[in-house]
Design a protein around this ligand. Sequence first.
Ligand SMILES: CC(C)(COP(=O)(O)OP(=O)(O)OC[C@H]1O[C@@H](n2cnc3c(N)ncnc32)[C@H](O)[C@@H]1OP(=O)(O)O)[C@@H](O)C(=O)NCCC(=O)NCCS
Length: 165
Amino acid sequence: MSSSERAVVRRATVADASVVGVLLYDFNTEFETPTPSAKEFAARFERLLARDDVLVLLAEVTDLPPEGSHAVGFAYLTLRPTPYGDGPLAQLEELYIRPRSRGQGIGTALLTAALAGVTERGAIEMHIDVDEIDLGARRFYERHGFVNIEPGTDHRMLFYLREIR
Ligand SMILES: CC(C)(COP(=O)(O)OP(=O)(O)OC[C@H]1O[C@@H](n2cnc3c(N)ncnc32)[C@H](O)[C@@H]1OP(=O)(O)O)[C@@H](O)C(=O)NCCC(=O)NCCS
């Protein structure tokens, strides 16, 4: 467990599926990305959060009693096997801090905890896909030691997908 000035970071459990679902829904909605509903996400997170190859971290801020605390951000990571090393590759799939809670070190606390969590699981690298135009997020990751791998100046790696269903 780690803390920034205001937030405490902890690993999410199956009991947090709805909270994580709402955060991911709000992330997509804020950035106008087509999204499943928070309820659909929650149902999926109930299964995902039980897996060893999934790590979700929540950043929570303590409220005045008797309110307890509420989540202001999350990180969602997956681990996958690779023959290129003796441990898995970690992918930071999602990292989101609610708008009003940004710029206070909470993203840093989540990313630090995420790196510690996957290191503990033997991961050899952490990968992140970042939008080219998202200069704020790029600066954030670069400050935390991530480098952008560009195969060459005359060609760029493209991302292909095909829907299965
Ligand atoms: C990127 C993000 C996770 C950083 O979390 P954070 O709690 O604001 O980060 P910290 O307070 O630890 O560090 C602040 C840094 O975050 C970056 N940042 C990106 N968007 C920001 C925003 N709207 N407000 C403040 N900082 C932002 C900046 O690099 C900033 O540092 P700077 O002083 O160089 O501008 C958070 O701003 C966020 O959720 N943004 C929207 C979603 C997103 O872009 N996620 C990453 C997708 S790959």
